[in-house]
Design a binder for this molecule. Structure first.
Ligand SMILES: NC(=O)c1ccc[n+]([C@@H]2O[C@H](COP(=O)([O-])OP(=O)(O)OC[C@H]3O[C@@H](n4cnc5c(N)ncnc54)[C@H](OP(=O)(O)O)[C@@H]3O)[C@@H](O)[C@H]2O)c1
Length: 345
């Protein structure tokens, strides 16, 4: 399978390392021989129809700062030209999340699908802003659009809801969808104030320098919008989410919650009529009351009641494992299509 990687940061490099460590068993177990034929970052691109040497690509990125140094002559092709002209089955979109207009991710994804390429994205922006139209475009062009890594990192929250609960009807769900804010709130439970807990999260690499995406609830709201579309069939965007962040949570609120056997968590909640992200009192014995950077979601279904999935919500290698899951799925659907075609002709 020929892959184009667009973005080669934390997740892109983790994915390359994962491919290197899994080459043999990917073929033995799933019949997949992935070949990265193009890789693009802000500095340019590396191209090879035979497949890039991933060890060398990683080394070049580490030492020279851009994949463009992979070859002596730096290619000046822009990403759109590469997506349109390089032969590949799958585009993997790994550029930064932009929740204002979804770019450059939306353009990368739509261009790929329009020229018949399957897409895997871990970039939440395009889906949080334009989920229904992207799904429609994928159907129209008869390609797969997969996005397991956008919610829960490596924890298969989307697949759990969509597959394991198939046949039942999910009526609502609620949970913790952002590990950074959960870490900060956990530290506040231990006695740090919001500012000190935020500094601690930054020092540990859990929070960005400008942490608004996490602490103001945008990241959780984006994931909630994706889940509401995919799991509940709603046609919504991040703008439909009532959102408040955690920066106003005080130590005294925490202490009050603790006295009642509760904690304050940034809870994302979806039911038939509303989508909310806000700090909420949660009983300590509620299964979603997890600590540190963990994520947890409880699904309430018509027949099977409540079920909770818990796991690490982010991280390079965890998210790379979600990409691999998506890749295996795409391989299976392509094989199925081929089988049907050979039966017909
Ligand atoms: N990190 C996680 O744990 C995690 C988990 C789930 C989802 N995600 C999502 O996954 C995506 C990637 O995350 P990350 O942590 O890998 O981010 P990152 O380390 O910042 O990497 C982003 C990459 O995109 C490249 N890039 C930026 N703009 C570009 C453009 N216009 N054209 C081509 N390449 C461009 C950057 O190039 P340079 O290297 O040259 O700057 C960089 O290689 C984000 O959307 C993020 O929200 C991340």
């Amino acid at each position: 399978m020929r892959l184009i990687l667009i973005g080669f940061g934390v997740v892109g490099q983790s994915f390359a390392k994962l491919l290197l460590s899994r080459t043999a068993d990917l073929y033995n177990l799933y019949g997949i021989k992935p070949r990265v034929v193009a890789c693009i970052d802000n500095g340019g691109s590396a191209l090879s129809p035979q497949g890039l040497d991933l060890n060398r690509l990683l080394d070049v990125k580490r030492t020279k700062g851009t994949v463009a140094s992979y070859q002596a002559r730096k290619d000046k092709f822009d990403s759109i030209h590469i997506i349109e002209n390089v032969g590949a089955e799958v585009l993997i979109e790994l550029t930064p999340t932009n929740l204002k207009d979804g770019e450059p991710g939306i353009l990368h994804i739509t261009t790929a699908m329009k020229c018949g390429k399957n897409v895997i994205t871990v970039n939440k922006g395009p889906l949080a802003l334009a989920f229904p139209s992207l799904i429609e475009l994928a159907r129209f062009n008869n390609v797969n659009l997969r996005f397991s890594g956008t919610v829960g990192g490596g924890t298969s929250i989307l697949e759990f809801a969509k597959r394991c609960l198939r046949g039942d009807r999910i009526v609502s769900f609620r949970g913790i969808l952002n590990g950074t804010t959960n870490y900060i709130l956990t530290k506040m439970e231990d006695g740090l104030n919001f500012q000190d807990a935020l500094i601690d999260a930054k020092n540990k690499g859990y929070a960005e320098k400008s942490p608004s995406l996490d602490v103001d609830g945008f990241d959780a709201a984006a994931k909630l919008a994706i889940m509401a579309n995919w799991i509940m069939g709603m046609k919504v965007t991040i703008k439909d989410v009532n959102r408040s962040g955690i920066s106003k949570v005080k130590l005294s609120d925490m202490q009050l919650a603790q006295k009642e056997g509760k904690a304050i968590k940034l809870i994302a909640k979806c039911n038939k009529n509303s989508l909310d992200v806000k700090p909420t009192y949660v009983s300590k014995i509620d299964p979603i009351c997890v600590n540190g950077t963990l994520n947890a979601v409880t699904f309430t279904s018509e027949h099977s009641g409540q079920q909770t999935i818990i796991g690490r919500g982010a991280g390079g290698i965890e998210t790379a494992s979600a990409i691999l899951r998506d890749l295996i799925e795409i391989k299976d659907t392509l094989t199925e299509k081929q089988t049907i075609r050979s039966l017909i002709f």
